[in-house]
Design a binder for this molecule. Sequence first.
Ligand code: FAD
Length: 292
Amino acid sequence: MKIIDVLQSGKLALSFEVFPPKTETAFDSVKAATEEIARLRPSFMSVTYGAGGGTSRYTLDIAKNIKERYGVPTLAHLTCVSSTKQTVADKIAAIRDAGIANVMALRGDIPTQLAGTDRSGWHYRYAVDLVRELKATNADFCIGGACYPEIHPESADQKEDIRRLKEKVDAGCDFLTTQMVFDNNLLYNFLYKIREAGITVPVIPGIMPITNGNQVARAIQLSGSFMPQRFKSLVDKFGSDPAAMKQAGIAYATDQIIDLYANGITNVHVYSMNKPDVATKIQSNLSNLLGK
Ligand code: FAD
């Protein structure tokens, strides 16, 4: 099933993100965690693609298993930067052959060892190149793209970032998912600006429940997201008490989702990070709101 169709229900729905194992040894435990999340019947599940493609095989194995065993629509992430045309063609064919209808078309981060090298000869320099490639296949994929309410770290300013985002959407993105946000007002502001710029596709806000103090620094480093004072106070107070931090982090994420729904946003993507307990708790916190 295509995600663009799932998004049209007009009712509050959650989707969850999981990531594939890095090694074969971890495969069974990751598979079990993703199955537990699938049993919650989210609107869809996305499966990330390891930076540099290291876990690409498992992305597809996990996505296919969730779809076939639980009937949950899956979104396979795919990155293209520094890949050859043949490698990407093989990956696209594998996604199609696995019967997966949805692809998150990403550039990926530039590998550290290639930072500063001349990229003019690369076949894939930006996600838009992959979106065009996916559109050129006869697979009729539903294509997602990433967007950044607090601008992508490589962009000079938001205007330029939104201009490039519009090019990506015009090339064929059916929907967008945002980088994690901890302050909904930044998201509302971003939505206003992209709508003004003529980007009309559905945008799914990404919410990351922070469940331990150590996760905070890493999440900020990876995403560059702004931490509102209310959130910082919570981490200061509970960061060193794992059980309290988990409860407070889940409550904060739940509160963000309720605010999004109260402001008319019905589809929310939860960065559930292979944690079925977190996904389950968020879902149960919203039990009287989901599907309404
Ligand atoms: P692009 O859309 O190509 O944008 C990258 C930068 O280039 C931006 O600054 C943009 O403004 C600029 N730009 C775009 N087009 C042009 C152009 N034609 N000329 C000049 N500048 C341009 N990473 C993974 O490795 N695996 C994953 O599974 C994964 N999943 C993600 C899911 C989401 C929802 C998000 C938000 C990010 C994810 N990432 C993932 C991280 C992502 O790969 C990085 O943020 C990466 O740096 C940018 O990818 P992009 O697809 O957004 O790139």
